[in-house]
Design a protein around this ligand. Structure first.
Ligand SMILES: C[S@@+](CC[C@H](N)C(=O)[O-])C[C@H]1O[C@@H](n2cnc3c(N)ncnc32)[C@H](O)[C@@H]1O
Length: 245
């Protein structure tokens, strides 16, 4: 049986079929958790979980990762364990006094580690889902950050109001639709971290071509393409780091 713990909640694999109340209670005791859930899938633009509670009731927890605290409600917002290395990698790339924009901020998946591990001048964190925005605010307080501005709204409308030295686009559904807004907000020589889910054979071409097609007369310097995780059979979740001159 596959499982993972997020804070003090146990998430069981979808294939997991049935266990009696007693067995679930024993499982909860063994893993020292208050709730056991199954998350069937994450749906829609707001990335909301479709879930089932198997044991307990409370779905809010605090998850610790990479020296950061993330408060979240697993019945309302998503958590992707497979992105943890990427969350820390980005935080470590941020240089002193950079202005960072996190276009799909969620509960602060990238903004919180950047705030905790870097000396960024400022972080603008844009999020469209009010539930995620609520936890983004909670996490800014929980991690005692003073340089993060949470903004509730569509990043296509909000991003053009700010300029940044680095922009994180940590979303995989239709991220390319937001590239123009991102590139227009990026300072000269700024760095873009563009996420995409892409068939393996297009990994080296499609994401870069999409960035170039939205860059207009600006020069795109490819820094690297990183695989984050397998998204589906034959499909990779990748991130492209590119400097826009
Ligand atoms: C859940 S995050 C992706 C996960 C994250 N990369 C990680 O490391 O776990 C994507 C977020 O983008 C938000 N979002 C989707 N469309 C948006 C938009 N147009 N403007 C702002 N936020 C948006 C969703 O509500 C969601 O919270």
């Amino acid at each position: 049986m596959k499982w993972k713990c997020i804070g003090d909640i146990l998430i069981l694999d979808n294939k997991f079929d049935f266990e009696s109340e007693d067995e679930l209670a024993m499982l909860a005791k063994k893993h020292n958790v208050k709730t056991i859930m199954k998350i069937d899938h994450i749906q829609g633009t707001k990335r909301e979980p479709v879930y089932k509670i198997l044991f307990g009731r409370d779905t809010e927890t605090v998850n610790k990762e990479n020296g950061c605290l993330f408060k979240l409600d697993l019945a309302k917002v998503m958590w992707s364990k497979g992105n943890n290395n990427e969350r820390l990698r980005i935080a470590k790339l941020v240089e002193d006094d950079e202005v960072v924009m996190d276009m799909f901020a969620g509960i602060g998946y990238f903004s919180i580690p950047i705030g905790v591990h870097s000396n960024a001048k400022h972080i603008y964190s844009i999020e469209i889902n009010p539930n995620s925005y609520f936890y983004l605010n909670e996490n800014i307080k929980l991690n005692k950050l003073t340089n993060v501005t949470p903004i509730l709204g569509d990043c296509k409308d909000v991003a053009p109001k700010y300029n940044a030295d680095r922009i994180v686009m940590g979303y995989v559904k239709t991220t390319h639709h937001y590239l123009k807004a991102a590139i227009d907000s990026l300072n000269e020589g700024g760095i873009l971290h563009y996420h995409e889910t892409v068939p393996e054979k297009l990994m080296k071409t499609r994401p870069v071509e999409r960035i170039m097609s939205q860059a207009g007369s600006r020069d795109v310097e490819l820094i690297k393409i990183n695989k984050i995780k397998k998204y589906a059979p034959g499909v990779e979740h990748v991130v492209v780091d590119a400097r826009i001159n």
